[in-house]
Design a protein around this ligand. Sequence first.
Ligand code: COA
Length: 179
Amino acid sequence: MSTAAPAPPPAAAYSHRSLSDADIPDICRFARDREELYFLFPRATWPLTPQQVRDSLASRRDPTVLLRGGEVVGYANFATFEEGRSASLGNVSVAPWARRTGVAKHLVRAMMDRAFDHHGLPELVLRCFNTNTPGLLLYTALGFVPIAIEERTAPWGNRLALLTLRIDRAGWNAGRGEG
Ligand SMILES: CC(C)(COP(=O)(O)OP(=O)(O)OC[C@H]1O[C@@H](n2cnc3c(N)ncnc32)[C@H](O)[C@@H]1OP(=O)(O)O)[C@@H](O)C(=O)NCCC(=O)NCCS
């Protein structure tokens, strides 16, 4: 009997497009609990509702969904955007049933391509809490490096460290040849 893990879906199985209103109920189910919602959308209140997502879109740029086999499995956007200077990646989230199969890597790479290739930005940044091990390891694997730490207090009272991570154009180019 083989104990090998199933092969990850091929890159061709993935595509991405702009978020549509019909996708919003699905992405509201991506955070499994309050802590995950705080990680991906600190200003939201649990449970995430379609109205909170719709309201957030006024201040977000390039809201993007990742699809696999026609199903929406990931969501991200730019939380801030300064033309010609910088953008910050926000709301990175993956459907619980689709995790650990490479969805976030495809999603974040699509947002990196958008930032560097389409918008011509010199850098992309993001923020991630110290207790979010999956997030920190994901961004590190993609070439982001930590550049700053600030203190935050979680809604449940814990003191947390909020890391800012950054990747520049050279880092993005260096990672493009990797599967
Ligand atoms: C973090 C998150 C986006 C990762 O999504 P995912 O599709 O499961 O991630 P991937 O399968 O693409 O994994 C890519 C890398 O991330 C890291 N990673 C992802 N999940 C991990 C876990 N549970 N434990 C440790 N590392 C993990 C690994 O480095 C992994 O590479 P590997 O498979 O070669 O080890 C997902 O867990 C999620 O939606 N979490 C809740 C919201 C959140 O925290 N968003 C980030 C806010 S900053």
